[in-house]
Design a protein around this ligand. Structure first.
Ligand code: HEC
Length: 163
């Protein structure tokens, strides 16, 4: 089951499975026409939510993800050679780099708790618009402190503005 690839990668490093107990990845035969990376993402929440956290809170470029994946494989993660570039491309597309600056870490840790970061990256708003969105997120229950609020607001308004 390919959707397990990502979970396996990270389960291995968190040590909750010892390397020898990894199940064999069976080839999926009747896969519907869904992007393979998306299949992997679909494993979220149904298999191992917590094991996805280390991915969600990172924003790396291709070299960064390649290093990460290589190190997982070194530690015993079973990823077929052909799957490695697909996995890396998927990670870069969905968990690619974010602009540096104050607020980045907060966005990575807080804004990934209920939805993925694509939700945030896709959005373009003025400062007023972002303030409204952040208010909505607070109403949804986002654990954003009053201290962090202006930092995140400045970060988003600067890096994700219209045009
Ligand atoms: C407690 C859960 C939760 C957290 C944490 C959270 N969100 Fe959301 N977010 C939601 C929900 C639920 C929606 C969907 C709301 C809807 O579709 O009406 C959403 C939707 C969004 C959208 C899309 C809004 C739109 O109009 O399409 C953006 C942008 C967004 N969130 C940004 C953020 C940012 C930035 C953070 C971090 C500060 C964050 N979210 C943290 C729950 C959360």
């Amino acid at each position: 089951m390919r959707p397990l690839i990502l979970s396996l990668l990270f389960v291995t490093t968190t040590g909750s499975l010892d390397g020898t107990a990894l199940p064999t990845l069976a080839a999926d035969q009747e896969t519907p026409k869904v992007e393979r990376g998306e299949e992997i993402q679909n494993a979220r929440c149904t298999t191992a939510c917590h094991d996805r956290r280390p991915i969600d809170v990172q924003a790396l470029d291709e070299a960064g993800w390649k290093k990460e994946v290589d190190s997982m494989i070194e530690k015993g993660a079973k990823v077929e050679n052909d799957d490695v570039p697909i996995l890396i491309a998927y990670l870069v597309r969905n968990h690619g780099p974010l602009p540096d600056g104050p607020g980045k870490d907060i966005v990575l840790t807080i804004c990934t708790q209920c939805h993925d970061l694509q939700r945030v990256r896709r959005q373009r708003s003025s400062a007023e618009g972002w303030a409204e969105i952040l208010d909505t997120m607070l109403n949804e229950g986002a654990p954003l402190s009053s201290e962090d609020f202006p930092v995140v607001l400045r970060y988003l308004a600067r890096n994700f503005r219209p045009g």
